[in-house]
Design a protein around this ligand. Sequence first.
Ligand code: ATP
Ligand code: MG
Length: 376
Amino acid sequence: MRVYVVHYSEIALKGKNRSYFEKKLVSNLKRKLGDDSIKIRREYGRIVIDSGEERIENVLRKTPGVKYSALAEMVEPDVELIAEKAIEFAPDSGTFRVETKRSYKEFPMNSMEVNRLIGERILRAKKNLKVDLRNPENTVYIEISKDHAYVYSGRIEGVGGLPTGVSGKVVTLISGGIDSPVSAFMAMKRGAEVVAVHFFNSTIHSPSVRKKIHDLARKLSEYHRIKLYMVPFVQIQREIIAKIPADYRMVVYRRSMMRMASMIAEKENAKAIFTGDNLGQVASQTLDNMRTIYEAAQYPVLTPLIGLDKDEIIEVARKIGTYEISILPYEDCCSLLMSRHPVTKTTPEDVMRFEGFCNLQEEEAVENAEVYEYGF
Ligand code: ATP
Ligand code: MG
């Protein structure tokens, strides 16, 4: 019988939490597969999906917590049966080795003995093969547990990290740019459920802006389900434009976003706010301005991209599939009427003085937000 054998990263290290982490991974996989008839089992050190359906591979590639997986043949833990399958999985020519993992220690042979015996059987059956223990072109993997043995070649790489949800929930600020979707992905990858928030200016006559944010949310939901708040920003922006000198507007916009993100975090029981900020990249991302902006938040502001170079961020964006969406042209609410020379050095005190002149209807904006769900 064909099954998927799933290996997780780091979970094994988490002591008492281990079973909680495994259960979360199983329930995430179940939801994404969307088919109750597919059985998913927890075995010691692995998860097994009792189905060989091809579409499962794509889910395994994109589920945080999965380090690697493989389409394997499941047989009874008997060396003769294992040998038969191992010969099928072995290539016909070139070099190979056998790698055995034995989690059932009462199995009559140890891993080395299984490697040797199965290797010999394969060589006997396929005369053009050579063993290369160091740098083989192919590896035949064997895993032996109490009730089953699994044989496969070829691993399916996963994204690694932790099962989404085990770390709680965060609010992630999503613009239409390259950086913030990567930041949301990193939150998911470290186990945090994501509530994405986008502030939009409905007077921008480009339907592509909204579509873009929805497309990004949909893409991210291939990794884990995501809730999306679309918060109307136009009135707040008008007020800021009316009352605040041009060079300070960007910082005031961002502080307002932080206050509203905090309200949403409270509503959603999220524990932190994630952004795509990247130290020094643009004027709003100097240390002074980040301090001024984050000061307006009621929750810790976390910025997983802070130490990356742009090309490193782009590499991740390409890998997760958001890059192509992010580079489509769009009008950010804040790129309109933006100052050419925004201030790079502000203090919260300065900016609060300006804010005192404004009547920013932030509660109303959050109340009027449209809420969407992807992948639920
Ligand atoms: P990105 O590539 O994510 O747009 P950026 O390098 O262009 O980032 P900024 O445009 O200065 O940087 O934005 C910094 C961060 O502020 C973004 O990564 C995002 O988290 C948040 N942000 C900016 N604009 C918006 C918006 N309209 N709605 C929600 N979040 C926003
Ligand atoms: Mg941007």
